[in-house]
Design a protein around this ligand. Structure first.
Ligand SMILES: [Zn+2]
Length: 338
């Protein structure tokens, strides 16, 4: 079995590069993502292609992304300067694709300025956009466990990069959060945090001595991988997320929670949060508890996420008088028993 390293190109030390759930800081994709298999991959290695395709629902059922699977990658358009433009969708190279990279060690494609990498890798969204002249921007080889089963987490890891996720194990808080002392574990990257450090993330490398399977596991996306991707690829409409006790009985408190913190995200995931109650500014806490007079009250919530996208919601909270509470809440519960 070949031992391949799973590094993003940026992970190799490209200038300005930073390295889930942690956002790389190099762009995001649109919610509808073109995806194709380069060269002869589809016809020569249909089994591997099908394995990769079978993993795509891990993303689509969790977050607001959809893959437009084109099958074989289409031919490039030719730019005015003669360079090829293959687009910025996920262009996946698998074993058997019969792509011949230039002898110079660059990825194939007229105008492509990106070093060929032997390991599996995926370009981050902005990298893919900047390298539209490259024949492929994702490479997924056949690494397998001792039983010969391809690691489920491996394609998820690379597609995670393509969606913008950084290596989880190079976070500045990875060592302190996990107590893992492996030599190649840990890093200095302290930006882009979406969730607390996640030892179960597919975006880790394989550190078996620390119980971290990472890209060499079969567990699939972790709960925090999913949460991180939900923050990066929110539902359409940019509605601010809120939760709480929105209907109370007279004398009880209304409680509201906004943004992503209440779901377990890092503070970094929700920024510039602001609340208004009946038109009066309340402040910038992630949650509030209010004692309100009976009646309907209007709450407005706004925040931005870690990439600067704005979200807002306006909703009502209601305090019922004792009489209203008996009529609306108690009576409907009791009446079916009569
Ligand atoms: Zn990687």
């Amino acid at each position: 079995m070949r031992l391949l390293l799973f590094v993003s190109l940026s992970g190799l030390g490209a200038a300005g590069a930073l390295q889930a759930a942690t956002w790389e800081g190099q762009g995001l994709r649109s919610a509808l993502i073109d995806l194709c298999f380069v060269g002869d991959g589809l016809s020569n290695n249909p089994t591997r292609v099908q394995e990769i395709r079978a993993l795509l629902p891990e993303f689509t059922r969790a977050v607001n992304v959809r893959f437009n699977d084109l099958g074989n990658c289409p031919a490039p358009t030719i730019l005015a300067n003669g360079n090829e433009d293959y687009g910025a969708g996920l262009r996946i190279r698998v074993s058997g694709s019969n792509i011949t990279d230039p002898a110079s060690g660059m990825i194939a494609g007229k105008g492509c300025q990106h070093a060929q990498v032997g390991s599996s890798f995926a370009m981050f969204p902005d990298e893919a956009e900047a390298h539209r002249s490259c024949v492929y921007n994702v490479q997924i080889w056949d690494d397998a466990d001792s039983s010969g089963v391809h690691y489920r987490n491996h394609p998820l890891h690379e597609i995670g990069h393509a969606l913008g996720l950084r290596h989880e194990h190079i976070r500045a808080d990875a060592i302190s959060s996990s107590a893992c002392q492996d030599a190649d574990f840990g890093g200095n990257f302290s930006d882009g945090y979406i969730t607390p450090y996640d030892r179960f993330s597919v975006m880790n490398y394989y550190h078996p001595s620390c119980g971290i399977s990472g890209n060499y596991g079969h567990q699939g996306l972790s709960a925090l991988d999913v949460l991180g991707l939900r923050v990066l690829y929110p539902d359409a409409g940019n509605s601010a997320r809120y939760f709480g006790k929105l209907v109370a009985r007279e004398g009880e408190a209304i409680q509201v929670y906004g943004g992503w913190t209440w779901l377990g995200a890092a503070p970094n995931a929700t920024r510039n949060i602001n609340w208004w109650l009946d038109g009066t500014s309340q402040g910038q806490n992630s949650s509030y508890t209010w004692q309100l007079r009976p009646g309907a009250h209007t709450v407005a919530l706004q925040y931005t996420d870690l990439v600067g996208k704005s979200f807002s919601s306006t909703f009502q909270v209601t305090v019922l008088t004792d009489e209203q509470y008996r009529r609306r809440v108690i009576a409907p519960i009791v009446s079916p028993l009569l």
